[in-house]
Design a protein around this ligand. Structure first.
Ligand SMILES: [Fe+2]
Length: 148
């Protein structure tokens, strides 16, 4: 069982997206808490709902930003998001079918590992493009000043 917390090396250069990544890792750590008996089992269904909703919300935000930035790998990135959401929903139904047999550690390990790899490989690339687009727009639209 590996609890992973967000660290600066995972920053994609966008504080809102970094915040979401921290929140998602914290939510996954709560599933580790379930396995460790630190979270009341009655809270698990709501925890699943929160994880699914937050993941979908966060992926939509990233996809909107990529679209606005004209990101070349948008489709590939969207496919990865969709695959992860399907996996997450499969975990949720597995849990609902047989809560007593559900392996929370295996799920939390799989999802946090996926998320960290995704942040470090894919979201980093996206973050660089978002930042360069933001710089271009800022430079173009800045009013000229007497000092420049
Ligand atoms: Fe992403």
């Amino acid at each position: 069982m590996v609890e992973i917390t967000w660290s600066e090396k995972m920053s994609v250069g966008n504080s809102a997206l970094d915040w979401d990544h921290k929140t998602l890792l914290d939510l996954l750590n709560r599933f580790h808490g379930v396995a460790a008996g630190q979270v009341n089992p009655s809270e698990v269904p709501a925890l699943f709902t929160e994880l699914v909703r937050y993941t979908e919300y966060h992926f939509q935000i990233e996809e909107r930003l990529m679209r606005l930035a004209g990101y070349a790998e948008l489709d590939k990135h969207k496919e990865m998001h969709a695959a992860l959401v399907s996996r997450l929903l499969a975990f949720q139904s597995q849990y609902l079918e047989a809560p007593e047999r559900f392996n929370f550690t295996a799920m939390a390990d799989f999802l946090s590992d996926w998320l960290v790899r995704h942040i470090l490989r894919e979201d980093m690339k996206m973050g660089e493009v978002l930042q360069s687009v933001a710089k271009t727009i800022t430079r173009r639209s800045a009013p000229s000043t007497s000092s420049s």
